[in-house]
Design a protein around this ligand. Sequence first.
Ligand SMILES: Nc1ncnc2c1ncn2[C@@H]1O[C@H](COP(=O)(O)OP(=O)(O)O)[C@@H](O)[C@H]1O
Ligand SMILES: [Mg+2]
Length: 306
Amino acid sequence: MLQLTGAGKRFGPKTLFEDANWLITPDERTGLVGGNGTGKSTLLKVLAGLEQLDYGELQRTKGMTLGYLPQDGLALSGRTIFEECLSVFHATQEMEREMETRSAQLAELPSDGEEYAVVAKRFSQIDELLRAHDGYALDAQVGAVLGGLGFTKEDWPRHTEEFSGGWQMRIALAKLLLQKPSLLLLDEPTNHLDLETRNWLEDYLRNYPQAFILISHDRYFLDVTVNKTVEIWNKRVHFYSGGYEKYLQQKTERRAQLEAAYKNQRRRSRCRAASRNWKRLSALRFQRRNPRSTSASRSRQSLAVR
Ligand SMILES: Nc1ncnc2c1ncn2[C@@H]1O[C@H](COP(=O)(O)OP(=O)(O)O)[C@@H](O)[C@H]1O
Ligand SMILES: [Mg+2]
């Protein structure tokens, strides 16, 4: 669906990640983790196509849809919350408007005419499309998502600019959840959420029918929503199966294995050095005990050369 190959990104002298390879599949449910400033947000922006790679490639399957929630910097304005959310269904709304026009035409036309048959055919096509897209229940869908994210019915007619940054983030998140893109990219969506809303989002993502990648510092949230963890560490992208707890376990195991291998290597090189020293010492002792044998062998050697 989305593939990162041999990818690297730096800002000035600072390398964030290098040689990153990641095949993002339609069933991706991934937590992206790493220390502060390791490049998580930048990597998500790269996947969203909002930030360029310095080298490597990002390939996208045709027809896939992406939804990206930034960590901050949202400034919605000009519409009510409800209109803002409904705007994601512009194609469906267009169909609704056409339904109204066609319905009015059908009422005017004689029902045995040729034109009536053409309009009636188009009418039933749109009707089918609307049913397939749950188009007759747009208001209910918007209401359910807004309710889940903590907005009351009294908030619906209020303008988006009346809301603070944290609540604007909730509106943007509501729009993405309504859009249901084939890949959702969420940068710290839980930052501004209270416990109740976090629980609602947890459930929503658990049942989300498409792929998502999310950055979060909330270990519990990650544990119940994702089945894979990707970590940026030491300028590399590392893959772990499972949620946060499993990732920590695997990381501890991998570190222990690396440390054991390192200790083994040091032990072996210490042994080799000790054995070399022992041989040197034995040779010296032998020379000290048999000074003649050395000079005799030396003179034999020099005679042989002559
Ligand atoms: N547009 C930019 N220009 C220069 N430096 C940037 C830019 N965006 C991020 N950085 C730097 O890149 C590093 C990683 O940032 P970011 O991707 O936000 O990390 P994270 O999300 O893991 O905390 C930070 O040191 C940050 O200051
Ligand atoms: Mg970040």
